[in-house]
Design a protein around this ligand. Structure first.
Ligand code: IMP
Ligand code: MG
Length: 448
């Protein structure tokens, strides 16, 4: 197998981590290619849960090399915290051994975090992502490979510190960056991570030439893509398939499979239009939030909830050309009498079947729903038993309650994409694969 891509097909938090966890077992490399510590995924190791923001989810597969790729912005302080937590749990120190930071990745500095804290429009995660990418596009940012040169260039240091302070001032942030602190920070990054900073694109290319498998891990989701998402309520990177290889430093011809991860409903954190949004405090929207534990991994903010939106899923497919959909958290919908699927929008009396480009227009779109019968709520263990039965009796999706199965089949019909795996609980075993599909593998993986 060459390279596979895993992407969020909605507004992020689709549950990519679990799908990646399954695929990483077959992969030699897991590569993040965009974003930074605005992402968050939860890893369950025995009784402990671990929140990771930059380390690829593939970390739990001991044989898997990990790359923080060219297209990323990396916060070294957050990375240190993540690595320390990983070490205290597993006693492993992967940095420089199987975890590598691309020379081309951009450094997130305290300045970027301070500047991001002034955001009042987008509802960013406040982690400095946008400001770090802005510096990169303006060609004033610092990549990991540049750090030693900057340390030795006193003019560049003066210029950078004064630019940062002017910019902080301009958005009303009173704190200042000191010259000494700035140099000390850069030196610390080299001391701490110097061994791990590598030409990772060439390393991945070599691995592919040697027949190794590469997993390209997306962060955020298609609707948060800077170019194709619900601008300006988006993140600052290209989250799409087209950037999976580019942001990893390899060419697009390597990609064989591209999996879109979608919840069986929809969530969104932060601001911006969300046509199928439901009231949060009551009814099915509240059910999704509570049963699905819909709180952001990175910021802890409650996620907005709503019905599955085929209009956005079709647009997401147009951009990314999914070879398969992984439908997550189907179990969460158990117990609702009726399930709605949005098949089109009403925009000022006109029926449309793709998302309008302007967020102003999107905000006025009223969803048109198809109504499906719900299925009962089951206990966590009952879902796990169902998944085990699916595997032992080679039944695939046929183990699902009848109305759940027809909901799933209808999603395939409306999207034109085969569903290759269905998540029915947080447990590693609580997934059902389509028979003979790419996820039709043993869930007992070799991990820590
Ligand atoms: P930023 O990426 O911090 O600049 O935030 C921009 C928008 O993307 C905000 O609406 C965030 O809530 C959203 N966002 C960023 N990362 C994630 C993620 O991993 N999951 C879901 N939403 C995200
Ligand atoms: Mg997340």
């Amino acid at each position: 197998m060459p390279a596979s891509v895993v992407l969020g097909a909605q507004w992020g938090d689709e549950g990519k981590g679990k799908a990646i966890d399954q695929l990483a077992n077959e992969s030699n490399w897991a590569v993040r290619f965009q974003g930074g510590n605005n992402a968050g995924h939860t890893i369950v190791l025995g009784d402990t849960t671990l929140k990771l923001h930059q380390i690829p989810s593939g970390v739990t597969s001991t044989h898997c090399n990990l790359v923080l790729g060219d297209g990323m912005v990396v916060d070294p302080w957050v990375l240190e915290e993540e690595l320390d937590r990983w070490h205290s749990l597993t006693k492993e120190r992967p940095e420089g051994k199987r975890l590598f930071i691309s020379e081309r990745a951009s450094v997130i500095l305290p300045f970027h975090r301070m500047y991001d804290s002034a955001d009042k429009v987008v509802g960013t995660t406040g982690r400095g992502i946008g400001p770090a990418y802005r510096d990169r596009i303006e060609r004033v940012g610092i990549r990991f490979v540049d750090i030693p040169f900057v340390i030795d260039d006193s003019d560049k240091i003066d210029e950078t510190v004064s630019r940062m302070n002017m910019q902080l001032d301009s958005v009303g942030v009173n704190k200042k960056i000191g010259r000494k602190d700035f140099i000390a920070d850069l030196k610390w990054i080299m001391d701490r991570f110097g061994d791990a900073i590598r030409p990772t694109g060439a390393m991945i290319d070599n691995a592919l030439k040697n027949g190794e498998n590469v997993l390209l891990e997306g962060a955020q989701g298609a609707m948060l893509d800077i170019d194709q998402g619900t601008y300006p309520f988006v993140t600052s990177s290209v989250t799409s398939r087209a950037n999976a290889t580019h942001g990893a430093g390899i060419h697009p011809g390597h990609v064989e499979n591209c999996f879109g991860i979608s919840k069986a409903y929809t969530t969104r954190v932060g601001n911006g239009p969300f046509p199928t949004e439901l009231p949060y405090d009551t009814g099915p929207g509240n059910h999704m939030a509570m049963v699905g534990h819909e709180f952001g991994t990175t910021t802890g903010r409650p996620r907005r909830t709503g019905w599955l939106d085929m209009v956005s899923l079709r647009d997401s497919h147009r951009i990314n050309g999914y070879t398969g959909i992984v439908l997550t958290k189907l179990d969460v919908l158990g117990g609702l009498d009726e399930l709605n699927i949005c098949t089109g929008y009403d925009l000022d009396g006109q029926i449309i079947d793709c998302m309008p480009t302007s967020s102003h227009d999107l905000a006025r779109c009223k969803p048109i729903y198809e109504i499906h019968q719900g299925f009962p709520a089951l206990k966590e263990q009952e879902w796990i038993d169902m998944a085990e039965l699916s595997r032992s009796d080679r039944k695939g999706f046929e183990v699902l309650p009848e109305t759940a199965l027809s909901y799933v089949r209808r999603i395939e019909e409306l999207s034109g994409i085969p569903i290759v795996s269905i998540g029915i609980g947080p447990d590693r075993r609580a997934s059902i694969a389509s028979l003979g599909g790419p996820f039709d593998v043993d869930p007992e993986v070799t991990t820590f």
